[in-house]
Design a binder for this molecule. Structure first.
Ligand code: FAD
Length: 335
């Protein structure tokens, strides 16, 4: 990990380059140097895009809504630039085996993939991918971050931890046991996801459905129906298992999960076209089941803060609002 030294000791470090961390970093950068460290290979965290043998899939967040003024302003700007678009598809719910449309809210997606949102947010920021933080330490007034390559990064005057609550707590426990304890109240459910590519259109009367019946699947969506996706005749679907099923089968082999979720998918839609490729991804920390109900945690005396969806709710916009609120609080000097 590269050394960072700042003569004015104003540098801030944000661990986690998901939507929350990037929102926070964008605000902190108004006042000084910010370094964002992320263990992932690409942008977005849980709002990212996975590239595989059969193309690209939004395997985490499926869409986002924009309800508040801050996130709406960002979404409007990116829509003007063509980097996000409305997912105008046949979306709804499956209840007692039958699908009905729901048209309650405008649903947005990144274009050409969900990760475009984070890519845009990261522009102008010093985001370092492939860096896993394993611990932090405080030395006098400064924070240092330990990476998994036996290297250390710092000094930083301000440290923001923008990773899911349980991971955040583990990372800071020795240096800040009080704040670490706070993170333990957050409950985050897992989610098994399967990305499946078929050699022709699946014969379903919908492009996305939340499944309210008890069972294996909680959400299925035709990724290829999103705006700006490749039109190559391949029908790409994302299948999400329910939190309960995912928890129960958490340690299964991916190949087993692929078979189980594809079987449940066929039970819903009938015979499918030829399968080109399918793979599973396990989101160990997927959805904030019991968020803390506060926008952020921050200790003004040590200048250590936490943001993320696990504080406000399992939505992209909640992550953005959490990061924004923490950034503003740090610049405003709140404790
Ligand atoms: C399957 C699934 C479906 C979803 N569907 C929707 C949806 O349809 N609509 C919606 O609004 N929301 C949805 N969400 C929720 C949404 O994705 C999240 O609320 C939001 O993306 C969380 O952002 P975040 O920045 O708080 O966390 P994350 O996106 O998790 O960002 C944390 C970042 O920290 C990095 N990181 C973790 N540990 C370390 C470490 N030790 N060192 C360095 N970096 C680290 C990770 O790589 C990651 O990039 C879904 C989530 C999942 C998983």
């Amino acid at each position: 990990m590269a050394q960072v030294s700042d003569p004015d000791n104003l540098a801030a470090c944000v661990i986690g380059g998901g939507v929350a961390g990037l929102a926070c970093a964008g605000i902190l950068q108004e006042r000084g140097r910010v370094v964002v460290l992320d263990k992932g290979r690409g942008p977005g965290g849980r709002a990212s895009t996975r590239r595989g043998e059969s193309g690209r899939f939004d395997h985490g967040a499926q869409y986002f809504t924009a309800r508040g003024p801050d996130f709406s302003a960002l979404v409007d700007r990116l829509a003007d630039e063509g980097r996000v678009g409305v997912w105008d598809a046949r979306l709804g719910v499956i209840r007692k085996g039958s699908w009905s449309p729901s048209t309650d809210e405008q649903r947005w997606v990144g274009v050409p993939g969900m990760n475009e949102l984070a890519r845009a947010m990261g522009e102008g920021l010093d985001v370092r991918h492939g860096v896993r933080a394993v611990g932090v330490r405080r030395d006098g007034e400064a924070w240092f971050v330990r990476g998994d390559q036996e290297s250390e990064c710092g000094p930083f005057r301000t440290l923001v931890v923008a990773v899911p609550g349980p991971q955040a707590g583990e990372m800071v426990r020795p240096a800040a046991p009080g704040l670490a304890r706070e993170t333990e109240r957050a409950r985050i459910s897992p989610c098994w996801a399967v990305m499946a590519a078929f050699d022709g259109p699946v014969d379903a009367p919908f492009d996305g459905a939340r499944i309210e019946d008890e069972g294996t699947l909680g959400w299925i969506a035709r990724d290829s129906s999103k705006p700006g996706r490749v039109r190559d005749g391949v029908d790409r679907w994302v299948l999400h298992a329910t939190p309960g099923w995912s928890q129960h089968e958490l340690e299964r082999e991916p190949a087993w999960v692929v078979e189980a979720l594809l079987g449940a998918f066929r039970d819903l839609v009938g015979v499918t076209p030829g399968l080109l490729n399918a793979r599973a991804h396990r989101w160990r920390y997927a959805l904030a089941a019991e968020p803390l109900g506060t926008a952020f945690l921050y200790d003004g005396s040590s200048r250590l803060g936490f943001c993320g969806d696990w504080l406000l709710g399992a939505r992209v916009e909640a992550a953005y609002d959490s990061g924004t609120a923490l950034g503003r609080a740090i610049l405003g000097g709140s404790r």
